[in-house]
Design a protein around this ligand. Sequence first.
Ligand code: FES
Ligand SMILES: [Fe+2]
Length: 459
Amino acid sequence: MNGSSTLVDNAGASQSRRVFWDQDVYQLELERIFSRCWLMLGHDSLVPKPGDFITTYMAEDRVILSRQSDGSLKAFINSCTHRGNQICHADSGSAKAFVCNYHGWVFGQDGSLVDVPMEERCYHSDLDKSKLGLAPIRVETYKGFIFGCHDPEAPSLEDYLGDFCWYLDTIWGGPEGGMELLGPPLKSTLACNWKVPTENFVGDGYHVGWTHAAALQMIGGELAGLSGNRADMPFDDLGLQFTMRHGHGFGVIDNAATAIHVKRDGYVNYLEETRGEIREKFGPERERLYVGHWNASIFPNCSFLYGTNTFKIWHPRGPHEIEVWTYTMVPKNADTETKRSIQREAIRSFGTAGTLESDDGENMSSATYSNNGIITRKGRMNSSMGKDREGPHPVYPGIVGVSFIGETSYRGFYRFWQEMLDAPDWAAIRANDDTWDAMWTNRNFWPDRLSAKQAEPQD
Ligand code: FES
Ligand SMILES: [Fe+2]
């Protein structure tokens, strides 16, 4: 498949339905996105001690992430260099070595080949073990979150996250200790394209009051007012939406971080107690984010909700299926009972059988499978909401949309998705660094809006 320029129309804010269905689009995604971007592997909290490991996926490649004896991290492909067998079948554990159960080759914690049964008799000194280690993967961490990347030319993780670091610092680097992940992950499969949940989490504030109308009424709290898209909803003052250079993005609903926490204790108190520290450390703009509820995606396939604190990796399994891995993200220095109560609420809402998760799953499958029709597949999908009511903001980095209910971060996600598919290498992507946001032509939107607001009479 050559290029993707007809798949995404940035100016017209539309995408071809083939992005959810075609096998050749998926193959190109594997080569140009999943082989070149930083992908979420886990968190320090999942591999705390030397020898600890977890197994995970980078797209469909099986991967081992292992804590070394010097405390550093290494990741490598979980497939034997002898005849390709999967080396480690456990989800997690602690191991001095990984032994292949086919013929018994032994790989060290660092992935090097350290022992071969009957080596001398079988290979007569002909086997160069130093060249037969498990294929290594670049590993870098940001605030304890561990990412892997196959491409040596990719930017550093911090540069890849780019402006998103400014936002992530608020929560991942927030109160001393930041956040950690509680595992092991819940795992389930869902019959949908991997981008449907990613785009939903990156910026779909629109579906919340409709898809989740019944669940929101039942949960009550701050979000109950969204249920059924009530006419008196304060649309533009509900929050904001953001997109960044490398397709990451999120939406925030103001003052709603703990909306799903029916019991108004542990986490609610924790946020109240720590918000002053955030204000001091990061200023009032980020304090606003700290007490807001976020729906976010880190390009390409990791999403989380801050406040609800579910944390997802959408592992693709072909174009029409994903394996959903669900962790809970908790403040590291909260007490154990608060952490457990956050986990309970996260699983109740966004675990495999969660009230809100099940609402979403049906739509995600349907939005994928309706494209199996040959005529349907030739059509396009629209993401124009909030177009021109967005732009560079004097305080918040990236491009900022005026409402939590908008499609700014959808457009930003697909803008970069197309750029990745079209670019032959990272050098070509870097060449666009100064012009990536040229499609947002309303440069004065925020300056004009903010000065108009300032001029409004105060009561
Ligand atoms: S396939 Fe692993 S030792 Fe032969
Ligand atoms: Fe949803």
